[in-house]
Design a protein around this ligand. Structure first.
Ligand code: ADP
Length: 554
């Protein structure tokens, strides 16, 4: 029996037995009292009749009296028994103290009920006073209620047994009926169940809690996904460690950097990377101190930040971040070199200017030489101006050229302007300059696009042969505008082709200086192209000529 069945069984049993016992007591009590009263009344009648007989016949009345169930006694006024149908009169005690006798003596009639010593029997007594003052008493015995109950023991037991069996059967069935809809509840869809009405609040509660749980689960999942996506797509490496320095989490960037597999979770950081600097800042972080250092991994420089994870004033672990600073370092290197180069480049013309000026000041120049000297000073100053202009342009580009406005502009018109302004110079060095192609509009910064065309044409003229040729062509392609500047000049050897875009890099320094180069022209081209997402290609054969093609996406 399940505990529910047991409880129901107990309740049914209790109710059944209580009802049974209550009705038993009630019915037995009422009936017993009723029949007792009837019997007493009959006894009274019989006493009155017998009293009549005794009054008429005296002691004779008793002689042929045949009484079986009754006991009849005749008592004189002093309480002595004159006749008794059940016992020997001589041995009988005085009856004056008997309740019914006392009552009869005083009022003419008396009655009483008494139980036997064992309580198994009850006696009814009625007493009538005769005219001569004697008392006639009749008594009859009746089974007591206890005897009646004892007599009914068997049927009572049978009823008990039936009640028990019925209770068990009923309890099992009721509990089955109660439990069946409960067991059948579809907890995934609480509101779709058709149980009994009492279950509705319970099911509604489950439904609302379930919805709340689903909502929370979805939110958590989304947050986890977001976090994983962010951490996973980060270019920076990130490793989380517990307070013992064991890896809890590592993102793909860090795993790749340290050549770690997914199985490294839970292993010691030492087993992944034995770099001393890293171990040092990690140990610091695990003692609650922030640390950073730069280490080399895979031929690149990484700045590592180690931050302690502190919760409630206790170090719970550490977070390591790997930032690739190779580019930054390179840029810093380039900037340092650039500053050194700029100083050097400026120093040379300044020295010549100051040398020539000193000679002129001290009047140490022949009159014939004065004009060529002044020309040299002018040339050097011009070179310095070009250099300073180029440096200003470059540093402007370095800062991103954010202040310059983009607009839709026709590259052909721009190229035409540049060609026209270079025409006198080309003529002077006997180089023909030609422009071909079609008008091609693109969105860009006009000043920068102009300097791209200008610098490329300038180089094509500078590094050309006498009677050489420069062809500038603008082509409008599907998604791009292509500018090509082709010359028939000295060409660039393959080893130099990559490097000519570096700042102050020249293939032949003295030649570049002789033709007025600053070493910055192509750097400006490269930078301006980058700002326009354009691609720069160089095709060159030494002694045959060079073609530079810049392709601007539209
Ligand atoms: P420069 O002011 O010296 O011309 P650039 O940055 O414009 O500086 O060019 C870098 C170097 O590339 C030049 O010094 C030259 O040696 C080489 N170069 C550039 N353009 C050409 C070309 N069209 N033909 C041959 N060499 C070239």
């Amino acid at each position: 029996m399940t505990s529910m069945t047991k409880r129901i069984f107990h309740s049914i049993c209790l109710v059944a037995l209580t009802v049974f016992l209550a009705s038993l007591v009630l019915i037995m009590g009422v009936l017993y009292e009723y029949f007792s009263n009837v019997e007493q009344a009959q006894l009274k009648m019989q006493t009155i009749l017998a009293a009549q007989g005794v009054t008429n016949e005296g002691i004779e009345y008793f002689h042929d009296l045949n009484v079986k169930n009754y006991r009849i006694s005749w008592i004189d006024a002093e309480g002595n028994v004159i006749f008794d149908s059940a016992s020997d009169t001589a041995e009988m005690e005085n009856h004056l103290e008997r309740e019914e006798v006392r009552e009869a003596l005083s009022s003419g009639y008396g009655e009483s009920r008494r139980y036997s010593a064992t309580l198994m029997e009850r006696f009814f007594y009625t007493a009538q006073r005769l005219d001569d003052g004697t008392i006639l008493r009749l008594s009859i015995s009746q089974n007591s209620i206890l005897t009646l109950l004892l007599g009914m023991a068997q049927p009572i037991c049978i009823v008990f047994a039936i009640a028990l069996v019925l209770s068990v059967v009923l309890a099992v069935q009721i509990s089955k009926k109660i439990v069946k809809p409960l067991n059948g509840i579809d907890l995934d869809h609480p509101l779709s169940n058709e149980g009994y009405d009492e279950l509705s609040p319970f099911l509604r509660r489950i439904d609302s809690q379930q919805k709340q749980l689903w909502g929370q689960k979805a939110e958590l999942l989304q947050k986890e996904n977001e976090l994983n996506t962010i951490i996973g797509s980060m270019n920076e490496g990130m490793i989380l460690l517990n307070q013992k320095g064991k890896i809890i989490s590592i993102n793909p960037a860090a795993a790749k950097l340290l050549d770690a597999g997914t199985d490294c979770i839970g292993s010691d950081m030492l087993s992944l990377c034995r770099n001393l600097k890293l171990q040092e800042i990690l140990a610091k972080a695990l003692h609650g101190e922030q640390g950073e250092n730069i280490i080399r991994l895979h031929e690149e420089s990484y700045q590592i930040n180690a931050d302690p994870i502190i919760s409630e004033n206790v170090v719970k672990g550490a977070a390591l971040f790997f930032f690739n600073v190779t580019e930054k370092e390179k840029a810093e290197q380039i900037r340092r070199e650039f500053t050194a180069n700029v100083s050097h480049e400026l120093k040379t013309p300044l020295h010549s200017i100051s040398g020539y000026a000193e000679l002129l000041k001290n009047d140490m120049v022949r009159d014939d030489d004065k004009i060529p000297f002044a020309g040299k000073i002018y040339d050097e100053a011009g070179r310095m101006i070009r250099l300073v202009e180029d440096i200003i342009s470059l540093s402007h580009l370095d800062e991103g050229a954010d202040d310059m406005q983009r607009e839709n502009i026709d590259l052909y018109t721009l190229a035409d302007k540049a060609v026209q302004s270079l025409e006198p110079y080309a003529n002077a060095v006997c180089v023909t300059l030609e422009l071909s192609g079609v008008p091609s509009v693109l969105n860009g910064i006009p000043q920068l696009l102009y300097s791209v065309v200008y610098n490329l044409c300038d180089n094509a003229i500078k590094y050309n042969h006498e009677n050489g040729k420069v062809i500038v062509n603008i082509q409008n392609e599907n998604n791009a505008v292509a500018l090509s500047v082709q010359d028939t000049g000295i060409g660039i050897a393959p080893g130099h082709q990559e490097r000519i875009f570096e700042r102050f890099y020249r293939v032949d320094k003295s030649h570049s200086k002789a033709v007025g180069g600053t070493g910055l022209g192509l750097s400006i081209v490269k930078h301006a192209a980058k700002i326009h997402n354009a691609k720069v290609e160089v095709k060159s054969l030494v002694g045959k000529g060079t073609t530079v093609i810049v392709t601007f996406p539209k």
